[in-house]
Design a binder for this molecule. Structure first.
Ligand code: V55
Ligand code: FE
Length: 489
């Protein structure tokens, strides 16, 4: 029997869950709006087995997918592992066969050449399926109602890239699934691809480009007719993999870029605009086009914000410099320079996991939400995986500049929120926000429901789990039309 090592990665806030199951009709505090009809899906990393070697990292855990089905004022819960090829091979062996995060050299010889994906980063209903994504491997298809895994897809042979990005955007006008993949030719390859998949699953646009250096293209945005891709100075090289160090290192000497190209081109028009040296932006709130200008709203930090990817030259992780604050980065396509035009602070509260009303993706918009750090507040729990305790939910009204927030109390933290429109044609921001609030003292998680533009009032309802979920990454809402005729249990 191989036990999990006594490491912070498996202790306290990061204690594993590894529990699949169903709960019909969760206990509710307050009142769940009866109009909420659909499902909120989210995923967290949750290793099935103890790592092959010690020193594993948070982003390497197997994806555990949770579904919260809202109907008639009730919420039911279903949780299953994303049964990736990795999960199945390891399950059969009864132990870990795959080694370090994105380093196949550390794998058991029996699994060489297999997909290493964990599907632990994002889940989204598109077409008939629930897609579970990890940026180092193809797209995993799950049943949106049962959460059974069907397996990897190459979109009927139309997308045979080795990788599939985990931050797709749905074009609100066409319904197209817009995404980027990087290192699609293999580890350390500086290639990128942008593509759009229509509602019938056909790849209708595709543009290939070269990235200035090998790095992760973790998130991006559509912006009117354009694609906008932030590049942060994370890289890697063969020595790192040979020595089994963390796959990415932070290298201050590399430029930070905003890549911009047309969505309907072939990629040859890609321009890389430089911005503040050293700065990092992992996630995108939104981006939009204004004449020849493009605006990208994103949390930005002065140095690498991810503690798992250390400084190349050994500089210690500085949580203060790693703090991310919302900024608007503007580039002007009419300019002949390769520098961004401006970087303007957009909000006061430092935070991450930005979200919008997804019906505004790529368009001028007003409302954004992030989970933020309020350092002035007390905290009774143990430390978590990030640079601080994300204890506050903040609404940014980008029209008035107003910020309103709700502190979750001294015992816990908040996971990424998700906006749910009141109805398909409701105005922007009219609806609810859901977010998991984890109590690290009592070890429960509540899925909290907020009035989206009045988060300061606190949750209007809580769907209460009898367990605490692990820190998650991303998730999305699917309304009842997207769930189809059959209703989930
Ligand atoms: C990120 C997350 C990942 C990953 C690479 O936030 C980058 C960035 C959850 O997995 O594999
Ligand atoms: Fe992400």
């Amino acid at each position: 029997m191989v036990h999990f090592p006594q490491e912070p990665l498996y202790a306290d806030v990061l204690r594993l869950v590894r529990l699949e199951g169903d709960i019909a009709d969760l206990e509710i505090e307050g009142e769940i709006p009866a109009e909420m009809d659909g499902a909120f899906y989210r995923v967290h990393p949750d290793p099935q087995f103890a790592p092959k070697a010690g020193g594993d990292q948070f982003f390497n855990g197997d994806g555990m997918v949770s579904m919260f089905r809202f109907k008639d004022g009730r919420v039911s819960f279903k949780q299953r592992y994303a049964k990736t090829d990795k999960w199945k091979l390891e399950n059969e062996a009864g132990r870990a066969l795959f080694g370090s995060y994105r380093n196949p050299r550390t794998d058991d010889p029996s699994v060489i050449g297999q997909h290493r994906g964990t599907a632990n980063t994002n889940v989204l209903v598109f077409g008939d399926d629930l897609l579970a994504m990890k940026e180092d491997s193809p797209c995993l298809v799950m049943d949106k109602l049962t959460l059974d895994t069907e397996g990897y897809t190459d979109w009927d042979g139309e997308l045979t890239l080795k990788t599939f990005g985990a931050h797709p955007k749905i074009d609100p006008d066409t319904g197209n699934f817009c995404n980027i993949s990087y290192a699609s030719k293999g580890d350390l390859s500086p290639d990128g691809t942008y593509y759009e998949i229509d509602r019938d699953g056909n790849v209708v646009r595709r543009a290939e480009f070269e990235v200035p250096y090998y790095t992760m293209l973790h998130d991006f945005s559509i912006a009117g007719d354009y694609v906008v891709i932030p590049v942060s100075p994370y890289s890697s090289d063969p020595t790192v993999l040979e020595q089994d160090r963390p796959h990415f290192y932070y290298d201050r000497s590399l430029p930070s870029y905003i890549g911009v190209m047309r969505r309907d081109g072939d990629g040859s028009d890609m321009r890389w605009f430089k911005h503040e040296p050293g700065s990092c932006s992992c996630h995108v709130m939104n981006a939009f086009q204004e004449g020849t200008k493009l605006h990208l709203d994103t949390p930005v930090s002065k140095i690498g914000s991810l503690p798992f990817f250390p400084d190349r030259d050994g500089a210690p992780f500085d949580p203060e410099l790693a703090m991310t604050e919302l900024a608007r980065i503007t580039v002007d396509l009419a300019s002949n320079t390769d520098e961004v035009e401006s970087i303007t602070p957009l909000g006061k509260a430092p935070g991450e996991f930005p979200r919008i009303d997804d019906r505004m993706a790529g368009k001028p918009y007003r409302h954004g939400w992030m989970i933020t750090y309020d350092f002035a507040k007390p905290y009774n729990g143990p430390p978590g995986p990030f640079a601080g305790v994300i204890n506050t939910l903040t609404h940014f009204d980008l029209k008035t500049g107003e910020e309103t927030s709700w502190w979750c109390g001294p015992d816990g933290s908040i996971q990424e929120p998700c906006f749910i429109p009141r109805s398909a044609d409701a105005p922007e921001g009219d609806g609810w926000l859901v977010a998991l609030v984890d109590d690290h003292v009592r070890n429960y998680s509540d899925l909290c429901v907020f009035d989206a533009t009045a988060v300061g009032k606190g949750p209007i309802a809580r769907a209460k789990l009898p367990i605490r979920l692990r820190q998650g990454l991303h998730g999305n809402w699917a309304d009842k039309e997207k769930l189809g005729d059959k209703l989930a249990a």
